[in-house]
Design a protein around this ligand. Structure first.
Ligand code: ARG
Length: 256
């Protein structure tokens, strides 16, 4: 009888011990791993590749994320999701930060905190060669395609034009290639990638119509500790030319 009780106590102890060990492991993993959310549909910033830098993911942002991890002695994990879900996932604590060529906007600033910006971009128009769209106002009576939730959608919406929104840049560009729309409005560096991949497309810029945009990393509101780490790393990467190096490496024309 006594023996059995002892056994039970020992077993219970073992269960308690392993439970603590488990939670201990989980905690340790959380502390040492930085989880970045992205939407890997935005070359050259993030895309899926057969030989990715982190898992199957590669691009300027993935290289930046990896460097932030390295600088802080942390492993980096990438969570790929829809662009529209990123800020919600951040607010839910599902991810620690968002790195997604994300433009800092007043509206987004109400929901999350942004890092020091690391890239300057703008919206451009992709059209077919020979198109009569020469400036943003020429889109007025054209079939416009944007990507859902991107700042390009906000711009076109603010201009008061009708448009159709697609989930992925590649789908939008296919629509243009197939002659089903006249113009795609999207970020400059991504547009450069798409026209490099598809014959017969050109970029039309209108700097009066489209303001410049800054990309930054987002963290949950008030997560100052992580923001400070990210900012220190980004500021270093800007100062020592690392960001420029990554941009050149992944830009249009260079090997992926
Ligand atoms: N810069 C644009 C925005 O912030 C588009 C970003 C799209 N990024 C992505 N990873 N799909 O809305």
């Amino acid at each position: 009888m006594v023996k059995t009780l002892k056994k039970i106590a020992a077993l219970a102890g073992a269960v308690v011990l392993s439970a603590t060990m488990l939670s201990g492991c989980a905690k340790e993993k959380e502390a040492d791993t930085l989880v970045f959310g992205t939407n890997a549909e935005f070359p050259p910033f993030e895309f899926v590749s057969s030989n990715g830098l982190i898992d199957q993911y590669d691009g300027i942002d993935i290289a930046v994320a990896k460097k932030i991890g390295d600088d802080n002695g942390m492993a980096v994990k990438i969570e790929n999701m829809e662009f529209d879900s990123l800020l919600i996932a951040l607010q839910n604590g599902q991810i620690d930060a968002v790195i997604a060529g994300m433009t800092v906007t007043e509206e987004r600033k109400e929901a999350v905190d942004f890092s020091t910006p690391y890239y300057v971009a703008k919206q451009v128009m992709i059209v077919k060669e020979g198109s009569d769209i020469k400036k943003a106002a020429d889109m007025a009576d054209k079939k416009i395609v944007v990507i859902q939730g991107y700042t390009g959608e906000t711009c076109v919406n603010d201009m008061g034009y009708d448009y159709e929104a697609f989930k992925k840049g590649t789908e939008a560009v296919m629509e243009l290639v197939n002659g089903k729309c006249d113009v795609v409005v999207i970020d400059s560096a991504t547009a450069a990638k798409y026209i490099g991949d598809n014959e017969g497309l050109v970029i039309v810029e209108d700097d009066e119509a489209f303001a410049s945009e800054e990309y930054a990393i987002a963290v949950a509101k008030g997560n100052d500790e992580l923001l400070a780490k990210i900012n220190a790393s980004i500021e270093k990467m800007i100062a020592d030319g690392t960001i420029n190096e990554f941009s050149a490496k992944y830009a249009e024309g260079s090997a992926e």
